[in-house]
Design a protein around this ligand. Sequence first.
Ligand SMILES: NC(=O)c1ccc[n+]([C@@H]2O[C@H](COP(=O)([O-])OP(=O)(O)OC[C@H]3O[C@@H](n4cnc5c(N)ncnc54)[C@H](OP(=O)(O)O)[C@@H]3O)[C@@H](O)[C@H]2O)c1
Length: 200
Amino acid sequence: MKVLVIGGGNMGLTYSEGMSKSPLLNRRKLMIQDLSPETQEKLRENPEFEVFDKLEDCLPSADIIFIAVKPYHCVELFEKMKSMVSDQQVFVSLMAGVTIDFIKDHLGVPKVVRTMPNLPAKVGLGVTSFTESEAVSRVELLMVRNLLDTTGESIHVETEKFIDKSTGISGSGPAYVFYFMNSMLEAAKKWAFQIMILKF
Ligand SMILES: NC(=O)c1ccc[n+]([C@@H]2O[C@H](COP(=O)([O-])OP(=O)(O)OC[C@H]3O[C@@H](n4cnc5c(N)ncnc54)[C@H](OP(=O)(O)O)[C@@H]3O)[C@@H](O)[C@H]2O)c1
């Protein structure tokens, strides 16, 4: 099975690192495509990745395609992808707030899995909720689930309503906790610095 990740930023890289070790890949390298030359250079340091600049060199041959760009980049991306996709491919979106119908309409494909990942996936402790369009078969869904599980645990939900709920709780929640912890750390550092100045 050939897996492609579009977008090698925070989430794309995190899921790529997890999935590249999956036996589902049958020792094939995981394909990643990103527009930025700096990101491509960094990605090439990992021997388990096959890194691409152009979609036409990787998209047509992929079976499962993960989309890990920011939601505001997706319309432009879908325009580029449209002429290279097929009805047999499964598209897995990591994008917050982009609905299955929107992806189906703009890409012109029937098989879409929508997920809500979270940052603890970076250390293998992620929780990813996911749901799918009608055209995705049980076998395909199982393969996607196995890939998602390489970063932690995945939870199947019946409808997108639950994806929206998990966006606020598990998707963005950890980031708020990290911001809060970071601001306490910064305050503590500032305070310690002031004490040092007063002492000397
Ligand atoms: N980070 C989180 O905690 C989190 C949690 C839940 C969901 N998500 C979702 O995950 C998705 C990715 O977020 P992120 O934090 O990983 O963003 P990110 O770090 O900005 O990564 C996105 C990557 O995609 C690249 N890109 C943009 N347009 C592209 C295109 N047309 N073709 C190929 N690559 C393209 C970007 O390159 P440039 O930098 O050159 O633009 C960047 O390397 C988002 O949709 C977000 O909603 C993130």
